[in-house]
Structures are given as structure tokens and as C-alpha cells.
Design a binder for this molecule. Sequence first.
Ligand SMILES: [Fe+2]
Ligand SMILES: [Fe+2]
Length: 287
Amino acid sequence: VKKIAHISDLHFGTVVPEIAESLKLLLHAERPDLVIISGDLTQRARSGQYKDAKEYLDSLPQPQLVVPGNHDVPLFNVFARFLAPLAGYKRYISDDLDPVYEDDDLVVLGLNTARSFTWKNGRVSPEQISYIKQRICGAKERKVTILVTHHPFLPPPEQGKGAVVGRARELLKAIDECDLDLMLAGHFHQSYSGGTSEAYTLLENSTLVVQAGTATSHRTKDERNSFNMIETEEGFVRVSIRTWNGAAFEEERVEVYREDGNHWEREDHKPIRDTTEEAENQSITSR
Ligand SMILES: [Fe+2]
Ligand SMILES: [Fe+2]
């Protein structure tokens, strides 16, 4: 079983130092096999914020896989936004915008979804779709395969299709026959999980989506700060959601999923593939 710390939306510039320190200590105590940071490292893509983010990432356990988020592209400086949108990210964090991590049990593919034009919602490109298709559909060995983006492929429970990353459906359709197990993202500062076939009824195979809240920013919406500690092996995912209680991160809930044929089933035997009429009506693909 591999242990992955999934942290997101650090937002240096709006970080609560006490929370960041507590997270760092906890990660060192937990010793995950991999730390995944799913974007929005900064609040406004400023150099000082990038320097602080870099220093913080260097203080966390390794190895790490990091992708940028929309806040890592300047919003108000239009020259930088359109001419060199991720210059700061490349300079201070990494010039690899679509990083890959691989070991004996895991293949983790990071994808940059941050864009200058669709600043808020992000997008995947046709080139990225064919790259992911080739990586995932060409895999011979059985490993847990994970896609990491900043923007989500599954909308939060109460939001519609406008909330997902641009070309989400195209990417999911392109890899439907292949074996992608898990998708990790952030962006909404909200933690939730579920199968892709809940929202996309045209899919034959469901991929499990796990979303993380904001780990360290004081700009929380309806939820407190949180991150996910994920344990996974072939056909199995256990998500422990750790929430800030004002003094420490504590385990708020645990969600256990097992792969059953073409979909993921929750341990309490509630099927992830929801075939009720209500789910059909809310379906992204039926309209
Ligand atoms: Fe964010
Ligand atoms: Fe974001």
C-alpha cells in the first residue's frame, strides 16, 4: 500500500503560518511515499510569494509532484498574464509543467491546466489529451495510475458542468477504454470525492475523483482548511480527510473505495455509479 499526501491551494500570500507549520510537522511524522501539490501555490503569482512557496515545499518530505493553478498565473498584470503566464512558477518552482512520478506501484501524471484566457476555470489542450491517452492506454504493467491537475474533472455536489475544467469530457472519453484509476485536484477549496460516471453518463468506466480543500490559506469558503492522506493499492483507495480544528489537523472522515468491475464502490456498499432519476437529471452529458 502506498501512502500519498494530497495537499492543494497553499496560496502563499494568504497563508496562516500556524497551519503551515502544523501541516509540515504532520507530514514529516506521517512519512508519505509521495507528496502531491495540486496547484495554487501563490495568491497573486508574485516573486515573494513564489519564494515563500518554494522554501516551504523544500521543507516538506520528498518526493513531490507539483502542478500549477490559476492563481500561479498573474491576473492583473496583463503583459505577464498573456506573454509569460507561468514565468514565476518556472523560475521558482519547476519548469516541468506536466511532471511525471513513477515507482514500482504508481504512475502519477501531472497536467498543467492553468491558462491566461480561461483564467479561472482552466483547460486541457488537445495535445495534452493525446499525451495522456498515449501514456495511460499504452501502459503494459499494472500500476495504480493517477492524474493530477489543479482544476477538477468532477463538479462539487451542488454545482453544474460549468465548474469542471475545459475539455474534461473530451479527455475522459478519450481514455474511457484505458485504465486510469484516480484523479486528484483542488481549486474549489472543497473536499469531496466520487466517480466520473456519476456526472458523465456516456462513460463506460468510472474513474475515482478525489478533491482537496485549501491546506493553508485563510481564504476558505464554507469549509475549514484540510488536506487528504490517501492510501492506495491496485483496486483500493482509502482517503483520510484531515481538517484544521483551530489548533491541529484531525481526521474528520474516512472514505474507502474498492474497484468493482468498471466502477468504484464505496465501502459502505453504496454504489458510486448512481442510476437514480435525479442523477440522470443532473447529468452533465444528457444536455
Ligand atoms: Fe485556490
Ligand atoms: Fe484555483
